[in-house]
Design a protein around this ligand. Structure first.
Ligand SMILES: [Zn+2]
Length: 54
């Protein structure tokens, strides 16, 4: 209850796969964008942060 943490997911912008889950507090509100390896695409693609439910 005390520590409310939100789960986020980095989603591939090409195939929409949800590849990287992580949790963090809600202090920082900037959106994360990163080039990450996507297993579905088989290459590095741009991933964008989205809120994940639980
Ligand atoms: Zn992909």
């Amino acid at each position: 209850m005390a520590n409310e943490r939100l789960t986020f997911v980095l989603t591939c912008t090409e195939c929409k796969s949800k590849n990287y889950y992580y949790a963090k507090g809600k202090k920082k509100e900037y959106k994360v964008e990163a080039n990450k390896f996507c297993k579905a695409c088989g290459k590095k693609t741009l991933h964008k942060e989205a809120k994940a439910s639980k």
